[in-house]
Design a protein around this ligand. Structure first.
Ligand SMILES: NC(=O)c1ccc[n+]([C@@H]2O[C@H](COP(=O)([O-])OP(=O)(O)OC[C@H]3O[C@@H](n4cnc5c(N)ncnc54)[C@H](O)[C@@H]3O)[C@@H](O)[C@H]2O)c1
Length: 316
């Protein structure tokens, strides 16, 4: 990869929870002219950021190749996906987009030699993993979403070792951000609770109060993404997905923390079908390989994240 100004970046699934914040960070770092954003949905919102947008279904191999060729793309952030709760409703669509979409991105990289970022998830783990998931813990997911993510990790390792594709991946925990509502995941409660707390001051949480999952503030996740993509290739021994150092808190600890800022906030807990997915995931992950191989550490703890989420939502 050349100097920052030479980057020609494609973002797929760019209008989602991560995409919109990643676009802002990439455009700050490399300039908005370096980026083309794509998604299956339409938007006019990126014009004011000076970022080009093109509608693209990730399953459209010819359309994807046209963009890669025309814009001389040398870096792809592949975010187009179906998340866990939506995936369980439509397993075949989840497989198609998460696996065949990634396959399109990988196949074209053999020809055009671009670097790829492809996120994995803590959903690769299943209930046999115990409370803390290690980098090399068993991967026995119980959701179709998790199965597509394990497959994606294996594909990344294979295309890297057998076809020299420079792909990098992170097992994101649940990501907490205020700008865009999350897109049908199990950890969405940890975002919805802030929106409810700063508007109606009441929230009905769809997992039980003792549910504890690995989480991270979006700013740390975006920084991890950019740092991994800039890391020297020879330092990386994992291509499918690095565990990340994460926060680990229960739904009740989160609502109690919010109550410190919004005294009359009330939260009740009525678990639905998503409780089962949450139960199958670990409480925490060991992210020491990320610290060791490319130097990542968290900046936001629960306290700082809650303060920033609440003040951002109140001011916007
Ligand atoms: N947000 C999280 O907490 C989280 C946690 C772990 C992993 N991840 C992973 O990060 C990536 C991005 O997640 P996100 O939270 O931004 O998801 P999101 O659902 O908010 O965004 C995904 C985007 O993909 C688009 N999309 C769906 N089908 C498409 C298709 N056929 N072609 C092109 N675009 C299509 C959607 O319109 C959407 O804008 C995914 O791979 C997800 O599995 C996210």
């Amino acid at each position: 990869m050349g100097e920052a100004s030479e980057r020609r970046i494609l973002v797929t699934g760019a209008l989602g929870q991560i995409g919109m914040e990643l676009l802002r960070a990439l455009s700050f770092k490399h300039g908005s002219n370096a980026i083309i954003a794509t998604d299956i949905r339409e938007t006019n919102d990126l014009e004011k950021m000076g970022i080009k947008f093109q509608k693209l279904d990730i399953l459209d191999l010819e359309g994807l190749e046209d963009i890669i060729k025309n814009f001389k793309i040398n870096e792809v952030y592949h975010l187009a996906a179906i998340l866990s709760a939506s995936g369980e409703k439509n397993p075949s669509l989840c497989w198609d987009i998460n696996v065949n979409g990634l396959l399109n991105v990988l196949e074209l990289s053999r020809k055009y030699k671009y670097r790829i970022f492809s996120p994995s998830s803590i959903a690769v783990f299943g209930s046999d993993v115990g409370k803390i998931a290690l980098q090399n813990s068993l991967l026995n997911p119980s959701t179709i979403y998790g199965i597509t993510k394990v497959t994606g990790e294996l594909m990344a390792e294979y295309y890297h070792s057998s076809h020299d594709v420079d792909i990098r991946g992170l097992r994101y925990p649940g990501l907490i951000s205020w700008e865009v509502m999350p897109g049908g995941g199990t950890t969405d409660y940890a975002v919805e609770i802030f929106h409810a707390a700063t508007s109606s001051k009441k929230y009905t949480c769809f997992v039980s109060e003792e549910t504890r999952l690995p989480m991270m503030y979006m700013k740390d996740a975006i920084r991890a993404t950019l740092e991994l993509m800039d890391a020297p290739s020879e330092k990386l021994t994992i291509r499918g997905g690095y565990n990340l150092p994460s926060l680990s808190f229960s739904a009740k600890e989160l609502s109690e923390k919010i109550k410190e800022e919004i005294l009359d906030f009330e939260c009740e807990y009525i678990p639905d079908h998503r409780q089962e997915y949450a139960n199958s995931w670990p409480d925490d992950v060991d992210g020491s390989m990320s610290e060791k191989e490319w130097g990542f550490s968290l900046e936001y703890d629960l306290d700082l994240m809650c303060k920033e989420m609440i003040s951002s939502l109140k001011n916007n």
